[in-house]
Design a protein around this ligand. Structure first.
Ligand SMILES: Nc1nc2c(c(=O)[nH]1)N[C@H]1C(S)=C(S)[C@@H](COP(=O)(O)O)O[C@H]1N2
Ligand SMILES: [Mo]
Length: 326
């Protein structure tokens, strides 16, 4: 986002989709054979994720595939884990995979506070345990002009938030990433005001599309993708999908967000994907899809309003001027 030409670096575009589909087929078959009736997951394997390794079979068990899933060609596991934005580990697209491998995503605690009746600090297991894991194949479009299609594993953000009983004053939800300069070498540099912060209006957070992800491609999240817990808000630019969340706060006022603070004329609070509102330094009308079958020459496609999720979310913004509230 600080770079001059957002399209300067290309990912490998190597695909291991066949492996992925085969693994999913086996996973489903195994579940049916076991007569498993409950979706769930086991977290013991969380610490041993290795981004370079191909996905292991049945690391995360998901029975539900979301009706919100797209059937578009998926990004390969390799590309989704080797072309990342995660400034805590460096500003280059290949920095996160190189620098995040020793990051300790377990044990992990999340503090929930602010305008709610049941605040608390929970460890990861008690945070995710009540929720049935669901697979959702979502597009995610980066503000820099590329997009990916990723099979996330997680559960509805709203389902989690309700557990803490937000009060009537809870008009917004704020999120914070871990601040730990020893583990996150990028935090030595003042490219952003750390910790990374994001926020949503409460109705956006409660919208069924908003996902808290703990995994992708049927396995726990690799560190570079935001282990152990990240947001995925598919109708907004990628930077809203905050990684390595340690704090969730309900608030009456619109919270400060990192990219808006760093460049308010370039990144607004809403950041809804909008082909009609250009970034001051480049158009947002098209995007480069990083997915199997997409080549350098055919991968540029039109960006859709709300990243194609308008049917689900456009009504959240009726009456608002989205050019002003960008
Ligand atoms: N904490 C934190 N979260 C972050 C970022 C970051 O730098 N730090 N980058 C964001 C941006 S700009 C994008 S496009 C997505 C990328 O997610 P991915 O690497 O899983 O594709 O993560 C978002 N979440
Ligand atoms: Mo992004």
């Amino acid at each position: 986002m600080l770079i001059k030409n957002p399209e300067s670096v290309l990912p490998s575009e190597i695909t291991d989709e066949r492996t992925f589909h085969e693994r999913r087929r086996l996973m489903r078959a195994a579940l049916i054979a076991a007569g498993a009736g409950l979706a769930g997951c086991s977290s013991e394997t969380g610490a041993e994720t290795n981004a370079a390794a191909p996905p292991k079979a049945r690391e995360l068990v998901t029975l539900k595939t979301s009706p919100f899933s797209t059937s578009e060609a998926m990004t390969s596991f390799h590309d989704a884990t080797h072309y990342n934005n995660y400034y805590e580990f460096g500003t280059g697209k290949d920095d996160p995979v190189a620098n995040a491998q020793d990051f300790k995503a377990r044990p992990w605690q999340v503090q929930i506070d602010g305008e709610c009746e049941a605040p608390g600090t929970l460890d990861l297991d008690s945070l995710i345990q009540p929720h049935a894991m669901e697979e959702r194949i979502y597009r995610l479009r980066c503000v820099e002009g590329w997009s990916m299609v990723i099979p996330w594993v997680g559960f509805g953000l709203g389902d989690l938030l309700k557990r803490f009983k937000p009060t009537s004053k809870a008009r917004y939800v704020a999120f914070q990433t871990l601040r730990d300069v020893k583990q996150m070498p990028g935090q030595r540099y003042r490219v952003l005001d750390w910790p990374y912060r994001e926020g949503l209006r409460i109705d956006e957070a409660m919208n069924p599309l908003s996902l808290l992800a703990v995994g992708m491609y049927g396995r726990w999240l690799p560190n570079q993708n935001g282990a152990p817990l990240r947001l995925v808000v598919p109708w907004k630019y990628g930077f809203k999908s905050i990684k390595a969340i340690v704090r969730i706060s309900f608030s009456e006022r619109q919270p400060a967000t990192s990219w808006n603070q760093s460049a308010p004329s370039e990144y607004g609070f809403y950041s809804n994907v909008n082909p009609d509102v250009s970034h001051p330094r480049w158009s947002q009308a098209t995007e480069r899809r990083i997915a199997s079958g997409a080549s350098l020459f055919n991968s540029r496609i039109k960006t859709l309003p709300f990243n194609g999720y308008g049917e689900q979310v456009a009504s959240l913004y009726t009456g608002m001027d989205l050019a002003k509230n960008f």
